[in-house]
Design a protein around this ligand. Structure first.
Ligand code: UTP
Length: 295
């Protein structure tokens, strides 16, 4: 029996330099895709996958993320007095329950591996999920989003799980890349991984795409892993260390992933998420046709 995944870690301490100047005062996780911040899309994905506790690894100037997941007394009171019951109910439904969130500070952006390590005491001795909030996902053909598919693979294989997606071979140098062992189709054994391999050296075109299930032993490995690619403490290097002792499986997510940490990815996410919303899609599609028609 595999242990149930109850906690998810959201590393949100990065600087977001690729989307400046938007992120000068606003955390990139608070930029909106359609009508909610990027981070809320990620929390919704985690909730759908059965996550109960949301752990945010933040940095300076990120307090607004904590406020976003708290009650907003004055706003709620005003909505109630004005009879805006629907809006009030939607706000309250989106807010995690008391005690279901934890916040810790990374203090300095030393890398994703270091950010995950900062959550060690809050996570404790149980397997947990990691969600990179840059990446937001739309439901796949199997009817679930990416984290739910990772949890399903964890129930089947145990150990550690990494969501992957295909990119053109010319792009692999920008990402963590895995190599494929025994292949089960939707999932496969990972028998190697490398962070940002130099052009032409990647073991496959399957990149690590921002959703993980990790065993708690990762924390001990991350404590000792040195700086890697870009002078940062890399999660991929920690996972590589752990793979000497524990199994890693990849999951080919069958839906769409959008990288909101880049300008073009952010714009594409807004279009795709708006088209996926039944309440907005008809009017938006008409606007989009006018723009596309003029290209
Ligand atoms: P990125 O490298 O995409 O985030 O890290 P960044 O540093 O904010 O982006 P740019 O390149 O400057 O635009 C992937 C994820 O890891 C988190 C980021 O917040 C992002 O969600 N991260 C990264 C940390 O929490 N701490 C770090 O030290 C580095």
């Amino acid at each position: 029996m595999t242990k149930r995944i109850r906690k998810a870690v959201f590393p949100v301490a990065g600087l977001g330099t690729r989307v400046l100047p938007a992120t000068k005062c606003i955390p990139k996780e608070m930029l909106t895709v359609v009508d909610r911040p990027v981070i809320q899309h990620c929390v919704e994905e985690a909730r759908e996958a059965g996550i109960e506790h949301f752990v945010f690894v933040t940095g300076r100037n990120k307090q607004v993320i904590e406020d976003h997941f708290d009650l907003a007394y004055e706003l709620e009171d005003t909505l109630q007095k004005r009879g805006k019951e629907k809006e009030l109910a939607a706000l309250l439904a989106d807010t995690p329950g008391a005690g279901n969130t934890s916040f810790t500070r990374q203090q300095a952006p030393l890398g994703l591996g270091h950010a995950v390590w900062c959550a060690r005491d809050i996570v404790g001795d149980e397997p947990f999920a990691v969600i990179l909030p840059d990446m937001i996902t739309l439901q796949g053909t199997r009817g679930s989003r990416c984290l739910a598919q990772c949890i399903e693979a964890h129930e089947a294989h145990g150990g550690n799980i990494i969501a992957v997606e295909e990119v053109p071979a010319s792009d692999t140098h920008m990402y963590g890349v895995v190599s494929v062992g025994r292949d089960h189709g939707h999932s496969f054994e990972i028998n190697g991984m490398v962070e940002k391999p130099p052009q032409g050296t990647a073991p496959s075109n399957l990149i690590i795409s921002g959703r993980y299930i990790l065993q708690p032993e990762i924390f001990g490995v991350l404590a000792n892993v040195g700086k890697g690619a870009g002078g940062e403490i890399q999660l991929t290097d920690g996972m590589k260390g752990l793979s000497d002792r524990q199994s890693f499986h990849g999951v080919r997510f069958d839906g769409k992933t959008y990288d909101t940490g880049s300008k073009v990815g952010f714009l594409a996410a807004n279009v795709a998420f708006a088209l996926a919303r039944p309440d907005i899609a008809p009017a938006f599609r008409a606007e989009l046709k006018k723009i596309v028609g003029s290209l």
